[in-house]
Design a protein around this ligand. Sequence first.
Ligand code: BES
Ligand code: MN
Ligand code: ZN
Length: 475
Amino acid sequence: MQITTERKPLEQVEADALIVPVFEGAGETRFGAGDLWEAGEIAGKPLEFTLLHHAPGSAAKRILLVGAGKAEKFDAAEMRKLAGAAVRYLKPKGIKRIAIALSGSYAGADFASAAVEGAILGDYEPDRYKTGDDKHSLEAVAIVGAEGAAVERGRILAEAQNLTRAMANEPANLLTPLKMAEEARKMAAAFHLECEVLEREQMEKLGMGALLGVAQGSAEPPALIVIRYKPANAGSTDHLGLVGKGVTFDTGGISIKPSEGMEKMKYDMSGGAAMIGAMQAIAQLKPALTVTAFIPCVENMCGSRAQRPGDIVTAMSGKTIEVLNTDAEGRLILADALAYARQQGCTHLVDAATLTGAVVVALAHIHVGVFANNDALQERVLKASKAEGERMWPMPMDDDYKEYLKSAFADLGNIGGRWGGAITAAIFLKEFAEGTPWVHLDIAGTAWLDDAKPYLAKGPAGVPVRTMVRLAMDW
Ligand code: BES
Ligand code: MN
Ligand code: ZN
């Protein structure tokens, strides 16, 4: 898709459709809309659409007036949604070339970036494996009244997020751990990042017993993807590690999951895919910070070599774990990935994982659960998430929760019982972050849209790519 900026007056913008936000109480009179406003047909309510053909005084074939709600509530997140919803309204009509008008006081860099993001994210469809000829996508988006740099930033972010979405939507027969590593290598080569993939043998040498225990139930070999970004001029000696859960399919293992809805468990590598997407954007936006991504990839299967409940494994850190439930596999692979990230010199860690059903009980599909051992880093993440419109909520991490992870026979059990499952999972991970400042993002409820939004297709959401990129950029 071609993304450009336009510097013409609105009336002179040529496009198949020019998208114009209309605010509540604005008394819209442009493009001959005065009568419709007087009649109450246009009121500026959020996501109200009015399509005008050959509007008087406009060079565009169509004007799409889009309700933007109250001006004082209109922020970048609203702009992103507005652009996405407008694109999804226009696409089925076969419209290919659109322009988006930035409105009055809402024309800053954040709004320009968000408008591009909304359009590119709204254009994405998880239709790679549909063979029909009824697919629609945009060819060109022009942002009227925007700075080039802001538009470029928006493009980079949204394309990274769509890479994550496409990866998360790949079925597990086509995206195995090794295939995921190959995709990461391709991305890294295209954007001049270093990429290294650790294989089973190296994991054995490193003593990654927790990761290997999960991997042993599948015929597909595991892979630990490492992607490195080094700034030309580092602003500090800090080194940010981005760790992402890469379970390409989660059957639950011997503690097998119910069959209903199990097909969704192809998304269990969404955290890993998000970190790959974030690295693609970081490579282009070039923060002054060293950033390395670590993505442990496995398939959690129940083959004849699979680990059993009651098995005891020794993690890279030396801690022993009693595997009380083989379906609590994410924390096992992350335990070794976090230890490896620390060994590789990371001074700060953020992980993203579709870790627990319990986080969905706690926060539904609205907020990412945030867990941390360090208030300052947690604040940084929350601040970035707010600016990017990726909603997150901090959860408690009191030491009292550690009680629940007691094992009679090993240092730790891998489950914490019935209550507070998202918290006990995070407390488990905390044992492996040790003294390094760390934030854990449980994205089990937010990485996938069970239903389409007006501005996004059903399926993978690409959370938290934008927050990770902003965190690195604002470091
Ligand atoms: N990948 C799942 C988390 C999950 C579960 C996401 C349901 C979306 C819906 C994770 O590996 C898992 O199975 N977690 C278990 C942990 C339990 C065994 C302590 C869960 O949440 O049920
Ligand atoms: Mn599981
Ligand atoms: Zn899982």
